[in-house]
Design a protein around this ligand. Structure first.
Ligand code: FES
Length: 87
């Protein structure tokens, strides 16, 4: 399995329509990021599925570290694990 490519450090605000299913890029290689364009084929990764139960704007994770994929959970604002802040 290939590690996802980091495309953007911050979330993408994306409007979704009620009753529609969406596939969000998990590999970071999509030319339509944050939407899946099939570029994950052969990476061992699969897109993140999201069903919109109502129309709204959602925040789609762009950093690849959210525990609530495909939604941003605020992890992008914290330093990656294994790194410590100094000073
Ligand atoms: S953009 Fe990934 S957790 Fe916010």
């Amino acid at each position: 399995m290939t590690a996802p490519t980091r495309r953007k450090a911050n979330p993408h605000a994306v409007p979704v329509e009620s009753g529609k299913a969406y596939l969000w890029c998990a590999c970071g290689e999509s030319q339509r990021f944050p939407y899946c364009d099939g570029s994950h084929v052969g990476t061992g990764l699969t897109p993140h599925r999201y069903f919109a139960d109502k129309a709204r704007t959602i925040l789609v994770c762009g950093c690849g570290r959210s525990a609530r994929m495909p939604l941003c959970d605020g992890t992008h604002a914290r330093p990656p694990q294994g790194r410590r802040r100094t000073g």
